[in-house]
Design a protein around this ligand. Structure first.
Ligand code: GAP
Length: 448
C-alpha cells in the first residue's frame, strides 16, 4: 500500500537506477527540471511509441506533424493564451516571499511561514523569450505552452497536401513550457515537459460521438498497458473549471500516492481554434464538402497527455515493496519490484553468465547479440546472481536469461520470470520465439 514515504522511495529508486535525475544537479538543481537517464529514455520512448501505435498507426485517418516550439507570437493572441485564459491567480507571502496559487492559501496565511500574503494578482504562465539581439517588446516571443497550436496553424496545409477528408486527426509529440508558480510532485508538474496531443477534426454534429469514442479508446490504452482499473477514473470537469477553449472536458485521473490527479485531458474544443486563427490571420481555415456546397469550421476533439506524468503514473502503479523479501534467501531484506508491462519496461530481457568464467561470458555475450536484434536487452556480469535478479526486478525487467555450465553442453539456458520467480530451461534454437511468447502472454500485474 502506498503511504507518505512511497513517493520518496520511488524518486530515490528512479535516481539510483538511472531513470530520472534532478537536472543540473551539480549546481543544486534548477526549478523542478528533470533529466531522463538511460532507463528513463527507454521508458519514455516506449510510452511515445505505444501512443503513436494506438493513435496514429491504428487509425488510417490520423497523421503526424512536428511543429516549431516558438511560433509567431500572434498565435497566442488568437488562441487566447495571452489573455486571462492562461493566467493563474498568484499571492506572495510578505514575510518569506514564497509565492502560491491563490487557491492554495487559506485566509491569506502563508502555508510555509504563517505570514500574511498579498492580494491576488494574475500571472501569465507562458515562458517569454526574445528573437534576435534586441530585447524589446517587438521581438518578444513565447515558448509554446501546449503543442496543439501548430496543428491548428497547419490545418489547411495538412488538409491539402495529404488530401484529408473529415473526420481526421493530426497528432503531435513535443515539448511544452509553462512557468508554473509552484511545480510539485516530481515529474507530475514541471515547467518543461513533453506532451502527446491529437486533434480530431469532425463535423459539429458528430463531435459528441467522437468524444465518446476517444474517451473510451484512451481508457482502454491505459488498461492494455497493465494500469490497474481501480487506480483510474474519469472526471467530468465542471463548467467553472473549463479551460478558455473548451466546451466540455473529461480528465483521466490516476490515483497517485499523493492523491487523485489528472494524467490526460479529453476536450471538446468546438470550433474555437480554427475560427479564431482564421479571423486573426485572415486565412481561410474552413472546410468545404466534397461537392463544395457547404463550408464550415470543423469542431475539434482533443486528447492530451504529458509523457512524464504518464511515466510517473505507470511507475507508481507498478511499484511493489515486499518487506522480508519473497524467498528464504532474501529473508529480512526488503524487495522492490516494478511490475511494469513488458511493453513499457525499459529492458525486456536481462542476460547473465552465472559466473565470471570466460566460457560462460562468451556464450552469454552471444546470446545477448542474438536477442538484442529484436528485444531490449541488458547484459550484466557483476555481483552475485541473486543481486543481479534483484536489480532487474527493481527496474521492471520481466525476464532474465542465465547461462550456466549445463548450457555449454546442453545448448540451453534458464529463463527466470520476474513475477513468479519460476525458472524454465529453453533450447537456444527456440529462445527468441519462447521469450516473445512469454513477454506477450505471461504478463500479469499482481504481486505473486
Ligand atoms: N492542449 C490541451 C492542454 O494542454 P492541459 O490539461 O493543460 O491541456 C494536458 O494539459 C496534459 O498535459 C495534462 O493532462 C498533463 O498530462 C500534461 N501537463 C500539463 N501541464 C503539465 C506540467 N506542468 N507538467 C507535466 N505535465 C503537464
Amino acid at each position: 500500500m502506498a503511504n507518505e514515504n512511497t513517493m520518496k522511495e520511488i524518486i530515490a529508486l528512479l535516481k539510483h537506477r538511472g531513470f530520472v535525475y534532478p537536472s543540473s544537479e551539480i549546481y543544486g538543481g534548477f526549478g523542478a527540471s528533470y533529466d531522463y537517464g538511460p532507463l528513463g529514455c527507454e521508458m519514455i520512448n516506449n510510452i511515445k511509441q505505444l501512443w503513436k501505435q494506438d493513435i496514429i498507426r491504428e487509425h488510417s485517418q490520423v497523421v503526424e506533424t512536428d511543429g516549431a516550439i516558438i511560433l509567431n507570437p500572434k498565435t497566442w493572441e488568437a488562441s487566447g493564451h495571452l489573455g486571462s485564459g492562461f493566467a493563474d491567480s498568484l499571492v506572495e507571502c510578505r514575510q518569506c516571499h514564497h509565492r502560491f496559487k491563490t487557491e492554495e492559501v487559506v485566509k491569506s496565511i502563508c502555508p510555509d511561514c504563517g505570514g500574511q500574503t498579498t492580494e491576488p494578482r494574475d500571472y501569465n504562465l507562458m515562458m517569454k523569450t526574445f528573437i534576435g539581439p534586441v530585447e524589446d517588446t517587438h521581438n518578444q516571443a513565447y515558448l509554446r505552452p501546449e503543442t496543439c497550436q501548430s496543428i491548428f496553424l497547419d490545418f489547411r496545409l495538412v488538409l491539402d497536401s495529404m488530401r484529408m477528408k473529415l473526420p481526421f486527426g493530426i497528432a503531435q509529440i513535443g515539448k511544452s513550457f509553462r512557468n508554473e508558480i509552484n511545480p510539485k510532485n516530481f515529474l507530475y508538474r514541471q515547467r518543461e515537459f513533453e506532451q502527446m496531443e491529437m486533434e480530431w477534426f469532425t463535423p459539429a454534429d458528430e463531435a459528441d460521438k467522437w468524444f465518446e469514442y476517444w474517451k473510451e479508446r484512451r481508457w482502454n490504452w491505459y488498461l492494455s498497458l497493465g494500469m490497474k482499473k481501480e487506480n483510474l477514473r474519469f472526471r467530468e470537469v465542471p463548467k467553472e473549471e473549463l479551460a478558455h477553449y473548451a466546451k466540455r472536458a473529461v480528465d483521466v485521473d490516476y490515483h497517485f500516492p499523493f492523491g487523485w490527479h489528472e494524467i490526460e485531458g479529453i476536450h471538446n474544443r468546438g470550433d474555437f481554434d480554427l475560427r479564431n486563427h482564421s479571423e486573426h490571420s485572415g486565412r481561410d481555415l474552413s472546410y468545404k464538402n466534397t461537392d463544395q456546397s457547404e463550408s464550415y469550421y470543423p469542431h475539434v476533439i482533443e486528447t492530451s497527455a504529458g509523457v512524464g506524468r504518464l511515466m510517473l503514473a505507470f511507475i507508481c502503479d507498478a511499484y511493489h515493496k515486499i518487506e522480508g523479501g519473497r524467498d528464504s534467501e532474501s529473508k529480512r531484506e526488503e524487495e522492490i519490484i516494478l511490475q511494469l508491462s513488458p511493453k513499457l519496461a525499459p529492458i525486456q530481457v536481462a542476460v547473465f553468465p552465472l559466473m565470471k568464467k570466460p566460457e560462460l561470458i562468451s556464450l552469454a555475450q552471444n546470446v545477448f547479440q542474438n536477442l538484442s536484434g529484436s528485444l531490449r536487452c541488458q547484459y550484466d556480469e557483476t555481483g552475485s546472481i541473486g543481486k543481479r535478479y534483484r536489480r532487474q526486478d527493481e527496474i521492471g525487467t520481466p525476464l532474465a536469461v542465465t547461462i550456466d555450465f549445463d548450457s555449454l553442453t546442453q545448448n540451453d539456458v534458464t529463463i527466470r520470470d520476474r513475477v513468479s520467480m519460476k525458472q524454465v530451461r529453453v533450447k537456444y534454437d527456440s529462445l527468441v520465439e519462447e521469450i516473445k511468447r512469454m513477454l506477450l502472454g505471461g504478463f500479469k500485474n499482481n504481486e505473486n
